[in-house]
Design a protein. Structure first.
Length: 193
């Protein structure tokens, strides 16, 4: 039973870290791991040093943040992150409530090689690209071609207002084969220096 509890705690920590990349993800990752390893001790009323708990929490936090950076959930350059925020702002100005999760930013070369359809000189290698997994944009609680078109339109408006952010935008819903996970993905990058 204890092994199952620890395994579930580790899985929950990893999922939280993946979904909420960044400081929040690293905090949740560290908190869930800490709870996984210390809840049994609290349950059995064993004393726990506050300094030790704090030290382990900080270690888990650093580990979580490091893992996110290594697997490519963090590290995009400021301009590319700004572009994504401007796209979100444009969609909100159009009356939509976009919901997406960032799934890729700056990648290491070895991870990039492992991704089947990734370009060998991908903008992700330089932190100039972001992939998002879109849940919904237009409020119909699903992702479809209408959502993809709204995103692309918002991207075009942002690039027209901000020429320094021009780049490539691809909605994978239009590519073949159209797998469930990849069809929800949209890629943006910045091609200007």
């Amino acid at each position: 039973m204890k092994i199952i509890f620890i395994a579930l705690g580790i899985i929950a920590a990893l999922l939280f870290g993946l979904v909420f990349a960044g400081f929040i993800g690293a905090f949740g990752f560290a908190f869930l791991l800490l709870a996984t390893f210390y809840l049994p001790k609290i349950h059995h009323k064993k004393s726990i040093s506050k300094v030790r708990v704090f030290t382990i929490f900080v270690s888990f936090y650093i580990l979580g943040y490091g893992l996110m950076y290594v697997i490519g959930l963090l590290g995009a350059e400021k301009e590319t992150l700004t572009k994504l925020e401007l796209i979100k702002g444009e969609l909100k100005a159009m009356g939509h409530n976009p919901k997406w999760v960032i799934i890729s930013q700056k990648r290491n070369r070895w991870i990039n090689k492992e991704l089947k359809n990734s370009a060998s000189n991908s903008k992700h290698l330089y932190g100039k690209a972001i992939d998002v997994y879109v849940l919904d944009i237009n409020g119909d609680l699903s992702y479809n071609q209408t959502d993809a078109k709204l995103f692309i339109t918002a991207n075009q408006k942002v690039e027209k207002k901000n020429p320094g952010l021009k780049g490539f935008c691809k909605a994978y819903i239009y590519t073949k084969p159209n797998y469930y996970f990849t069809r929800h993905m949209i890629h943006i990058d910045r091609r200007k220096p």
